[in-house]
Design a binder for this molecule. Structure first.
Ligand code: MEV
Length: 323
């Protein structure tokens, strides 16, 4: 059956965890300075730091299922941890960092950013360092650069703040990049079904595919990014009004344009088709694509039946709410 996820609790912001996220509209084009909308999900990565005499030891626990381990892959988590210790002025200090991932890896749900945020908060907490949320997010952005190459900064922002946001990073290339972030508040909770293809896909890989295609034909790709940007901006209004039918249309069109960018996959198309036939108002891939996850928005109360159709087709689902 569907896994109901705990809702993010804003009061727990100082705890050592980072939120997973879904992108509602605007992945990939956000890497090229366009807007995107993201919302946190109840799946998190937690970290705990304990005393150790010498050296830094990183231990990533297998957390109840096999799908949730080693969230970002060989060696990268160690590099991220070393960078964090250095930036916090703790290079060479002995510590043991335990990481508990509740997010499936390589699924486009923001595991790498959530991991960085969790480790930053756990280390800062352990060594009594005061670190603001925006400092956490900036440092996690540096970590994302190790993992991704050219992250937009949306994942580390949502992993840190745990709120629904409209995001744009107009100056990606600059180190002093100050992203524009606006909160999005909906009139009531909006249910979203998340479907996992079960196919691992690294966001760095699909971002690279889009980059190579853009380099060959920048004008054609810029035009698609701008079309996606229009859908995203219309989506802000739809969310603020609670207009689910409009949101669904925008998600369907965004999925079509992501197909044009060639970041969909056969499993994603199957899941999107199953969700739409089961009555979803809209369905699209979310995050990097190429596998990973998709999302569907439904009429109020219909998320369970849409999720059930997706599970009958053999996929794992989660329920979450935009709020
Ligand atoms: C990943 O969640 C979303 C992408 O747009 C990459 C990024 O924004 O860094 C694919």
């Amino acid at each position: 059956s569907a896994v109901a996820m705990p809702e993010p609790d804003p009061a727990e912001h100082s705890a050592s965890f980072g939120y997973g996220k879904i992108i509602l509209l605007g992945e990939h084009s956000v890497v090229y300075g366009r807007h995107a909308i993201a919302t946190p999900i109840g799946l998190t990565i937690q970290a705990e730091v304990t005393h150790q005499e010498h050296g830094t030891e990183l231990v990533i626990a297998r957390w109840d299922t096999d799908a949730a381990y080693d969230p970002i892959g060989a060696g990268l988590a160690e590099q991220v941890t070393a960078l964090i210790a250095e930036r916090l002025g703790l290079a060479g200090k002995g510590m043991r960092v335990d990481v508990f991932p509740h997010l499936p890896r390589a699924s486009g749900l923001g595991a790498s950013a959530a991991l960085a945020v969790a480790i930053i908060r756990a280390i800062a907490d352990r060594f009594g360092l005061a670190i603001s949320d925006s400092e956490v997010s900036s440092l996690a952005f540096e970590c994302e650069r190790i993992v991704h190459g050219t992250p937009s900064g949306i994942d580390n922002t949502v992993a840190t703040f745990g709120r629904s946001i409209l995001f744009r990073n107009p100056n990606m290339a600059s180190d002093a990049a100050a992203p524009e972030i606006a909160d999005i508040v909906t009139p009531g909770p909006i249910q979203i079904v998340i479907g996992l293809t079960g196919v691992r896909s690294l966001t760095s890989h699909t971002v690279g595919i889009v980059r190579a295609a853009w380099e060959k034909n920048p004008a054609r790709y810029e035009a698609i990014f701008s079309q996606i940007d229009e859908l995203v901006l219309a989506g802000v209004g739809a969310l603020r009004r609670g207009d689910l039918a409009e949101l669904g249309d925008l998600m369907n069109m965004n999925h079509g344009l992501l197909g044009a960018l060639q970041v969909s996959s056969p499993e994603l198309e199957t899941l999107v088709g199953v969700a739409r036939r089961a009555g979803a108002l809209g369905a699209k891939l979310t995050g990097g694509g190429g596998g990973g996850a998709m999302i569907a928005v439904t009429e109020p109360g219909a998320a369970e039946s849409v999720g059930s159709a997706m599970r009958q087709a053999g996929f794992v689902t989660y329920l979450t709410e935009i709020r």
